[in-house]
Design a protein around this ligand. Structure first.
Ligand SMILES: Cc1cc2nc3c(=O)[nH]c(=O)nc-3n(C[C@H](O)[C@H](O)[C@H](O)COP(=O)(O)OP(=O)(O)OC[C@H]3O[C@@H](n4cnc5c(N)ncnc54)[C@H](O)[C@@H]3O)c2cc1C
Length: 426
């Protein structure tokens, strides 16, 4: 009896989606051979999917965003696929492409060596601030949020670094929780309790959106008592003491310093690629892949290695992009596996095309927001309806966990397969 494993590293939006796609559209089409079984193994440090999108609100208030709404156990979402679905709670520490195995350190600190027939790397990214990244289990992240909320109670000066969506959303939530909801027509809070400053390295907020939308974002932030500082980067931050509640000295690129009760670093992200060979990475440490097929093509990677989600070099990130990428990577995986297992001709490649339209929805506090979708500006009220009221949990969380959007696959046209240099095409 032998087992062919599709091994997926990372069990968040990308990894869970890839696993559902595998059960719905890959495994059913693999050749039935006596003595051969197929399984999908998903490796993730936490046994829960965390609804990271809600982090800006969850960080500031467990009343407004309780963690029961943001954590969802992964394994029960795959009961339909037992026993072919296996979940390993742990982290990949090393990939051996020659032996086609991955070393994993489990949550109980055991070492496991997992062989694969095909490998999907979906390990995403880590943020500089611990508020926005789940590194281990649910309890650990809840603790981070509780400690932050304690600190907020007495904070008078808060600095947020980063004018992207995470910085803007967080600034809005922080300012509203501290300074209160302003009246309908108010342009600033009456009695602000805290001075909140968003430091933006660029001359405008929200780089993916047109300048006019960034300006509206600034007005909405001002309403909540948050000032925006443009053309200024955070060049350093130092804790000014060991004790709890010690201030942070934040150094700006214009040479000024701000002494902040709380500093939140929302300046970008780091891909989780530390366990991969350096030569597989691009200049930004993302996993380099063919931007059309999503195969990892470095010759040392060997055959049947793919990437999906924000860890991959093909994407500017986000869930909409992911929904386009998962069927591509997983179809190419299926056709590569079929050719490898049957020895028959390759059925052709599926290609990914990046959707580069102006697209981003950004709540600013619990009442307002800005954004664009498919190149069209979205009014504040609509931003609230789509995302601001619950960060899309009601609309999307259960379906994401169940893989609803991958129940059916779209029609696609095969492109002639070109194998990796020096490798068999299967
Ligand atoms: C605060 C915030 C708000 C956001 N809001 C939006 C939004 O509104 N809309 C939108 O489209 N996008 C949003 N994003 C971006 C969105 O969160 C990402 O696009 C999405 O999380 C990418 O999913 P992923 O599965 O690729 O990676 P991740 O969500 O980063 O997940 C990677 C998973 O891999 C695990 N992992 C890491 N290392 C290893 C390892 N060595 N072995 C095994 N597992 C590992 C991680 O623990 C994690 O579970 C937001 C991001 C943040 C931070």
């Amino acid at each position: 009896m032998s087992t062919e494993t599709i091994l997926i590293l990372g069990g968040s939006f990308a990894g869970i989606s890839a696993a559902h796609f595998a059960f719905k559209h890959v495994l059913p089409q693999l050749p039935k051979k006596e003595g051969v079984t197929y399984n999908v193994t998903l490796v993730n440090p936490s046994k829960d999917l965390w609804w990271r999108l809600a982090a800006p609100r969850e960080s500031v208030s467990k009343q407004l965003m309780p963690s029961d709404k943001t954590f969802y156990p992964i394994e029960p979402a795959f009961t339909y696929a037992f026993p072919k679905f296996k979940f390993v709670q742990g982290s990949a520490t090393h990939v051996d492409p020659a032996g086609q195995t991955v070393s994993v350190e489990t949550v109980s600190e055991e070492q496991q060596l997992i062989p694969y027939a095909a490998l999907v790397i979906a390990t995403g990214f880590t943020t500089p601030s611990p508020l926005f990244t789940q590194t281990t289990d649910r309890k650990a992240l809840e603790k981070v949020h509780v400690a932050f909320q304690e600190g907020l109670k007495s904070a008078k000066t808060i600095v947020i670094g980063g004018g992207g969506p995470v910085g803007v959303e967080t600034a809005g939530e922080v300012a509203e929780i501290l300074n209160g909801r302003p009246g309908f027509m108010a342009s600033a809070p009456k009695n602000p309790k805290a001075r909140v400053t968003l430091v933006c390295g660029d001359k405008k907020l929200l780089p993916l959106l047109r300048p006019a939308i960034g300006q509206t974002a600034e007005q909405f932030l001002k309403r909540l008592g948050c000032d925006v500082m443009y053309n200024n980067r955070i060049v350093g931050s130092t804790k000014m003491g060991e004790e709890e509640g010690a201030k942070t000295k934040v150094e700006l690129s214009n040479g000024e310093f701000i002494e902040a009760d709380i500093y939140i670093d929302a300046t970008g992200s780091r891909p989780n690629t530390g366990f991969l060979p350096k030569e597989w990475l691009d200049t930004r440490n993302r996993l380099a892949c063919n931007p059309k097929t999503l195969r990892v093509e470095h010759e040392s990677a060997g055959p049947r290695v793919y990437t999906v989600g924000d860890v991959g070099s093909y994407t500017r990130g986000g869930l909409i992009d992911l929904a386009d990428a998962v069927p591509v990577a997983m179809t190419n995986l299926k056709n590569d596996l079929l050719a490898h297992l049957t020895g028959e001709a390759h059925k052709g490649d599926r290609h990914y095309t990046a959707n580069l339209k102006e697209q981003q929805i950004c709540p600013i506090g619990t009442q307002k927001g800005v954004g664009a979708f498919g190149g069209f500006r979205v009014p504040s009220q609509m931003v609230w309806m789509i995302k601001g009221r619950d960060y899309m949990i009601g609309q999307l969380a259960a379906g994401t966990l169940r893989g609803d959007q991958y129940k059916k696959d779209a029609k696609w046209t095969p492109v002639q397969h070109v194998g990796k240099a020096g490798l068999s095409s299967g």
